[in-house]
Design a protein around this ligand. Structure first.
Ligand code: WTA
Length: 631
């Protein structure tokens, strides 16, 4: 494939070019795509405003790049392989031709239900082929999709629908995940009672569970597509028109609706996909993420399809029916590139090794990791037992905000180093700085920022450009701040050390501490609370909560359960606390800020090095908290 770098030397050359003349570099890359009209300028940017425009003036539709342009060359090649939760259910294979037909058909159904260019459409669906079809159908007609992970609660859904003012919701009756058959439509029903902007909902039948249909609002998917034409002209979009909104947790307040636009996102996801995974024609590529997260958007749907790849979509979980499921699926579909998260690797590592060895994994060429730092033990296990020591591991560092992979080795092309994401992709200019903003050179450790725009950087936070500026461009002038800490070795390899803000990554999910604390504080027995993360064997981090109760309220496990139920209901079960300690006070600075550093150390049982606590407003509370620590 013409976008691929094939040697370390070539990487160095390309990287140099991309930094010396970004416009020329990305202009050349963009020539590999189908545009209805070429751009006037490749890049215009100002990180102070901030305003970033890639391929300004160009016109395109991303689905013509993901579908139409492949019809002649690989129309009969499989585009999507779908593997069901239950191994006895037949897998589904859609060729590029079939996918094109289904996308066009559903795009017409959307139009019939009143959808038009610029509308925001919420997608709350389990991992079924129709989920991918839904994204592409929105893109086909120029509607902006906002996917919400179908494990989030009704109230999380309400907030996201209202924030984006969605007029249509695409959903299903229910879904399957492991041993669970869960309801989806009933959660949507609960949410739609509080979302006045929603006019229509289209419901896919997946589990056959009983649902109530609201006359005039709800329509079955199969009825919506019946008699729909399978031809649908792709809407002409500006390169900078919105493609989608995807919410990510912030350290404070409500989730941020990150906005990605059509042109740059397409160019960068395909470019990074082909280079990082070194995908070759006829390879079978599998990313285990859910399409509810950015990884699924960029590396199940858009990047692979824009590259003409065969991409696997998996409905289930790694532990069902047993801990060998991933490996069974790899063997069944002869997967060549396998991309998963450290939390899954750590969980699977605990299983008897026979669950791995009984499956033929010889098709594998590349292994990938994403979502959090991968610890050395997990890296080694992955390398030895899954890759059999001869599959390069790409440890890909990136974010919802970056749209695509930023730092990673290119499989088998650039050097890898265990636990290091390694080198930046061409076009990516990482920089390490001190807390005060001084630039650090050479082998060092600091805060990770990016010095120059790349094509898939999020352009704004939906409806709140001020927050976008404050969150990403205010910490260090003229740079995009990632919120992560990192260290750099003498060869320029980066190792991400984790968040430096109050976001905790639990099983690969970003959880802001503030929203969880707010929900706990809503409980009538609670005065105040503080959440910190502590290391967890499988989840990477788990949540530890310190909770102050009103005078006279008895400490009880019932209360702990109530607090967790409240969190599960308002945010989702992933945000539940592993440990809840009732305390009489929280260590605070004189300006009233909770000293989370101390709470983190206590939760991690690292109490020998608490540092200076004499400057606290209430140092005496520390001994009490240590005493009552839950081990
Ligand atoms: C973390 C996921 C270390 C990081 C694509 C980042 C990682 C946050 C890695 C973004 C990695 C992601 N090594 N840390 N390879 N990949 N992270 O928005 O803290 O869900 O800021 O995007 O995950 O998470 P998000």
């Amino acid at each position: 494939m013409s976008l691929q770098i094939k040697s370390f030397e070539e990487y160095r050359e390309q990287y140099k070019k991309s930094v010396e003349n970004p416009s020329e570099f990305w202009g050349k890359v963009a020539e590999n795509f189908v545009w209805k009209k070429k751009w006037n300028t490749v890049l215009e940017w100002d990180f102070d405003k901030p305003e970033i425009k890639w391929f300004d003036g160009a016109k395109l539709n991303i689905t013509e790049n993901c579908l139409d342009r492949h019809l002649e060359t690989r129309g009969d090649q499989t585009a999507i392989i779908w593997e069901a939760n239950d191994p006895s259910e037949a897998s589904v294979k859609l060729t590029y031709k079939e996918l094109h037909t289904k996308v066009c058909q559903f795009a017409n159904a959307l139009k019939k239900q009143g959808a038009k260019k610029g509308d925001r459409i919420c997608i709350y669906m389990p991992m079924v082929p129709e989920l991918a079809i839904a994204l592409l159908a929105c893109a086909r007609i120029g509607a902006i999709h906002s996917v919400v992970f179908a494990g989030f609660s009704a109230s999380a859904l309400v907030n996201r629908i209202n924030d984006a003012q969605c007029n249509i919701v695409l959903t299903s009756d229910g879904g399957y995940r492991g041993v669970k058959k869960f309801e989806v439509k009933s959660i949507v029903d609960e949410a739609l009672a509080e979302t006045p902007s929603v006019e229509k909902s289209i419901i896919l039948k997946r589990t056959g569970c009983v649902v109530t249909m609201q006359e005039g609002r709800d329509i079955w998917w199969h009825d919506a597509i019946a008699d729909m034409d399978t031809h649908c002209e792709a809407e002409e979009m500006d390169a900078e028109d919105m493609l989608f909104i995807l919410y990510t947790s912030g350290s404070t307040g409500k989730p941020k609706g990150m906005v990605h636009t059509c042109g740059g996102y397409m160019v960068y996801t395909a470019y990074s996909f082909q280079n990082v995974f070194q995908y070759e024609p006829n390879d079978i590529y599998w990313c285990t993420a859910d399409i509810g997260w950015i990884t699924g958007h960029s590396y199940i749907v858009y990047g692979p399809l824009a590259s003409g790849a065969t991409t696997v979509m998996f409905e289930g979980v790694p532990s069902y029916p047993d801990g060998g499921r991933f490996w069974e699926v790899v063997a069944k579909h002869k997967v060549n590139q396998f991309y998963t998260a450290p939390t899954a690797i750590r969980a699977l590592q605990k299983n008897p090794i026979e669950l791995v060895t009984k499956h033929d994994l010889s098709s594998l060429k590349t292994l990938g990791s994403v979502g959090e730092p991968i610890n050395e033990e997990a890296w080694n296990w992955y390398n030895e037992n899954i890759g059999k020591g001869n599959c390069p591991i790409v440890d890909t560092w990136w974010q919802t905000e970056t749209g695509g992979i930023m730092i990673s080795s290119l499989s088998g092309v650039t050097p890898q180093k265990a636990t290091f994401a390694s080198l930046p992709l061409p076009g990516i200019q990482p920089i390490l700085i001190t807390e005060k903003g001084e630039i650090l050179e050479g082998e060092t450790k600091g805060r990770l920022a990016i010095n120059h725009p790349w094509p898939s950087i999020a352009r704004t936070i939906y409806g709140d450009h001020k927050r976008y500026k404050e969150t990403y461009f205010s910490a260090f002038k003229g740079m995009y701040f990632t919120g992560d800490g990192a260290l750099r070795d003498a060869d320029g390899n980066y190792r991400i050390t984790g968040r430096v803000d109050d976001v905790i990554i639990v099983s690969g999910h970003n959880l802001g501490t503030a929203p969880i604390e707010n929900h706990i504080n809503e409980h009538e027995a609670v005065v105040e609370s503080a959440i910190v993360g502590f290391p967890h064997d499988i989840k990477g981090n788990a949540l530890y909560g310190y909770v102050i109760l009103h005078d006279g309220v008895a400490h009880s496990d019932t209360l702990r359960k109530e607090i967790n139920n409240q969190i599960a209901h308002s945010i989702g079960p992933i945000a539940k606390l592993d440990k809840i300690q009732f305390v009489s006070g929280l260590p605070k600075t004189r300006s009233g800020k909770i000293m989370r550093r101390i709470l983190r150390k206590i939760a991690s049982n690292d109490i020998d090095q608490l540092g200076d606590i004499s400057t606290l407003l209430n140092p005496e509370v520390v001994a009490e908290i240590i005493e009552g620590r839950i081990g």
